[in-house]
Design a protein around this ligand. Structure first.
Ligand code: UDP
Ligand code: MG
Length: 317
């Protein structure tokens, strides 16, 4: 099999059929030997019904991984990569924001340049609010400063991998999956390709500001332990300042006697130290919580069923 398309779907009933059709049209004269792996990530709408209809109707190789509930796009991508049989594997959204003709380009690049192991689509200009761009800029600055793994702003999950890289990604079996970091952590030679993001074909984006914020924290905690050191350094600084202040208080007491005032100082110090302590505990807690979940070693996703029309047509594969 030449190419596998991995398509995570959450509430995409209006898109999956059009997606498959568009792929068929686009690949017609370019890529013959491909499969589409749809992951139904616990959709609340009739995505699974539409996928089953598609399975009956089309002559394309289709595989449906039906999750037992919503596990998130990261889990969907992992499941798809695991099931993919292609020499190349592309991760692409179901909503047609990422046009399949870019996949043809990606495959061409990999065919022609043996030194590249993956092609990453990235957006130069983002069609989003200034505030969001500001926060994203800050996030990438902070995480790149802290982490040894490189994070490229604008790089999407829309990528095509060579088999060797897919196998490397599958070796990373952590429960908390921050895919952008994982793709970068495994290394290899990545080729960056600019692309235009289309408007969503149907439905709405699943990203809210809060979800993005959670995702950002996820990225930082998953790929750097610098915040822990930050807590230590903060502790050292506060301790040093306290020591200096202690000396000041003692000297004052010896030379000027006991001063009954100082209420404001005490309250300020208690609040400041309380804050510093809570912050440090919070940081430790973030890491500890993840350690706790990771040690449980739960599966990244659970499949309810896998459906395919592949066997009838490709017994040899
Ligand atoms: N998706 C998913 N599980 C989720 C959320 C999203 O599989 O819990 C899929 C979704 O169906 C789509 C892709 O991930 O194919 C990207 O989601 P979305 O379009 O909401 O994100 P955006 O394009 O706005 O970044
Ligand atoms: Mg989208």
């Amino acid at each position: 099999m030449k190419l596998s398309l991995v398509v995570p779907c959450y509430n995409e009933e209006g898109n999956v059929k059009i997606f498959a059709e568009t792929v068929k049209k686009t690949f017609k004269n370019n890529i013959e030997d491909y499969e589409i792996i749809f992951i139904n990530d616990g959709s609340k709408d009739n995505t699974i019904g539409k996928l089953k209809e598609l399975l009956e109707e089309t002559d394309q190789n289709i595989k449906i991984i039906n999750f037992s509930r919503n596990f998130g796009k990261e889990a969907g991508m992992y499941a798809g990569l695991k099931e993919a049989k292609g020499d190349y594997v592309t991760i692409i959204d179901a909503d047609l924001q990422q046009r399949p003709d870019y996949v043809v380009k990606m495959v061409e690049i990999l065919d022609e340049n043996k030194e590249y192991d993956s092609v990453v689509a990235y957006q130069e200009q983002r069609k989003e609010s200034k505030v969001l761009t500001f926060f994203k800029n800050k996030f990438y600055k902070i995480i790149n400063e802290m982490s040894e793994t490189e994070f490229v702003m604008g790089a999407s999950d829309f990528r095509t991998f060579r088999r060797n890289m897919v196998d490397a990604i599958l070796e990373m079996q952590e429960y908390y999956r921050f895919s952008k970091g994982i793709f970068s952590w495994v290394g290899f030679n990545n080729c960056y390709m600019t692309y235009d993001v289309q408007a969503r074909n149907e439905g709405t984006s699943k990203w809210s500001f809060y979800k993005l914020f959670k995702y950002a924290i996820e990225g930082i905690v998953s790929f750097t332990t610098v915040p822990l050191r930050f807590a230590t350094i903060l502790g050292i600084i506060v301790s040093l300042l306290s020591l200096i202040y202690l000396v000041v208080v003692i000297v004052e007491k010896i030379f000027y006697g006991i001063d009954t005032e100082g209420y404001a100082t005490i309250v300020t110090l208690i609040l400041l130290l309380g804050g510093v302590q809570l912050l440090s505990i919070g940081i430790i807690g973030e890491y500890l919580a993840r350690t706790y979940v990771e040690t449980k070693d739960r599966p990244i996703y659970i499949t309810r069923e896998i459906l395919t029309n592949e066997k009838e047509k490709n017994n040899d594969k």
